[in-house]
Design a protein around this ligand. Sequence first.
Ligand SMILES: NC(=O)c1ccc[n+]([C@@H]2O[C@H](COP(=O)([O-])OP(=O)(O)OC[C@H]3O[C@@H](n4cnc5c(N)ncnc54)[C@H](OP(=O)(O)O)[C@@H]3O)[C@@H](O)[C@H]2O)c1
Length: 276
Amino acid sequence: MKILVTGGSGQLGSEIIRQLKDAGRLFMAPERSELDVTDAEQTTEFIDRTAPDIIIHCAAFTDVDRAEEEQERAFLVNATGTMHIAEAASAVGAVLVYISTDYVFDGKKKDPYLEMDHPVPLNAYGKSKLAGEEAVRKTISRHYIVRTSWVFGGAGPNFIKKILTLSKTNNTLKVVDDAMGSPTYTVDLAGAILRLIQTDRFGTFHLANGGACSWYDLATEAIRLSGSPITILPCSSEEYPSKADRPRYSVLGNHKTQPLPQWQNAVKRYLASISV
Ligand SMILES: NC(=O)c1ccc[n+]([C@@H]2O[C@H](COP(=O)([O-])OP(=O)(O)OC[C@H]3O[C@@H](n4cnc5c(N)ncnc54)[C@H](OP(=O)(O)O)[C@@H]3O)[C@@H](O)[C@H]2O)c1
């Protein structure tokens, strides 16, 4: 079983690679210079030549605010790039895993989003990721679409790292408390994806850590566990304007697979891993 991981330098891709290495699995993780998903020819050539059995497609344009200003680029990477991957995967008979997002939903629900709920993205990032989902569904039947949310882990920037960095130079921090979601640790997510690909139960899945919280709750828990003396104050989204509109509620219901650990437990393990 040969596995190709795109986006291997990112938060999720690097954790998938770590777990594949630990398990002694055969994998390829080309850098963007070797496999730029926006380049149809390069993508097809790479996948044809290496003939993977499974492609775990983590590469994406993930900057939600920048996607508002660079919509064309966001669609090129997340929609067209994903179509290139799906077509090449289909041509070599590979199974495709596409990572999608809670931001395909508009946040109008009051209870966790299920896989069959109708996606209505509010921002360009969400629209481009939904277009990626559609490209996968129409191109390749042997696919897993994995929606996840509020990801944190080893590589790259994430919300918890940002809060911990700010806590070193501030006595108080204001954090939005009117947007609820499901924080998800790359270690748990990568493990769940690697279990999922052994099932041959294709389709759309929500994979997120258990429970739900606001950004304020997440910051408060991270600061409490870090032992920092600073105070976190709740504020509204209006007080913290950003370029992209975000859903106020994007908790993902995780019913089709084994539930992942609660988010508080995941944050605790993450902070222990970065020795805070
Ligand atoms: N982060 C979140 O909170 C979150 C939430 C929900 C869903 N997701 C989804 O989860 C997946 C992984 O996210 P992440 O946080 O791990 O992402 P990330 O840390 O931002 O990493 C993105 C990866 O994509 C690669 N990439 C970007 N453009 C590329 C291109 N044109 N060709 C090839 N590679 C390219 C980057 O490579 P370089 O190193 O060359 O830039 C990097 O390895 C994405 O599909 C994302 O949409 C993320």
